[in-house]
Design a protein around this ligand. Sequence first.
Ligand code: SAH
Length: 354
Amino acid sequence: MTELKQSLIRRIEATGPITLAEFMAECLMHPQHGYYQKERVFGKDGDFITAPEVSQMFGEIIGLYMADRWYKMGKPQSFHLIEFGPGRGTLMADILRATAPVEGFVDAAEVHFIETSLQLRELQKKKVPHGNWHDTLNTVPEGPSLIIGNEFFDALPIHQYERQNGEWLERRVHAEDGVFQLVVTKPTAHVALIPEHMKDGPDGSIAEICPSALSIMGDIALRLNTHGGSALFLDYGYRISSFGDTFQALKNHEYVDPFAEPGAADLTAHVAFDQLHRAATEAHSKAYGSTPQGMFLMALGIGSRAQALASGTDAAKQEKILSELKRLTAPDEMGTLFKVLAVQNHELPPPPGF
Ligand code: SAH
């Protein structure tokens, strides 16, 4: 039994069943045994692969998107380039490389990473030594900002509610004889966040709510509204929230039981883009999307970028670039399930790709 499992069981024995959000937060973020303290998380030899690890083209296209937004902001001589949940730091390194030829951009950018895992901070430092690290957005100094996050929101803890006899009940994690099981109990106050179109779901429905995602989005929107700038988030999930249990665990590129080995597998849930859109709008910023990742990247010219990279290379290399392009954009790969949401200050012209 893992140490984290023992400590979770002791906690449940002492306090009673814990919410799924508490369980997820412990499994991912526990300072010693949490999943994100592991070194080999992403990439081909990790548990799952993310878009920046699939191909450099992803970060390059996002870099050009950021440069465009910087121009539209009037090329501020100093701004904060902020990334949420940077993983191995690959995306930021690619953004900085792709924007190096854009006169003034890299010099004006002060890089900030929002990252809770100390282990991952070390990896990020290797790729972007001049970054500044924060636990939350609150400690990033005020000022105009360009913000990016890839697969950040899907790692935030969710609450699950189950409809029984016309009422929403909270799904909690209980432990019996060393085995975790789900039980339903009185709901926490976050139940009020279930969107209007889902409130009257039929018995047996499951609704998921991610309060920390909504509050982080509120903070981002407030910052952009006050100090100017633009944010872009890519993740997998719903364009419009709907019922269902999307809590899942990945280990060695395979789906596993999320309750089997706490801390050993990555835990995620679908991101509800309509709820993030609403949170941004309520905090007085303007939101665009979500739009499918494939359409977004194609509209921004990832096809031509792939051609440029492939030209003059051998057949094997060309095939590799083509398959990476397909992985990022094809509807049956990451093109449709993954979506993009932009949030920005009202005064900025609309972003490209939406
Ligand atoms: N963006 C990267 C990694 C995605 S995994 C990529 O695309 O490859 C999720 C990342 O978010 C990890 O770096 C994890 O440590 C970080 N993370 C998760 N929850 C966080 C939180 N509450 N605050 C800050 N970072 C968090």
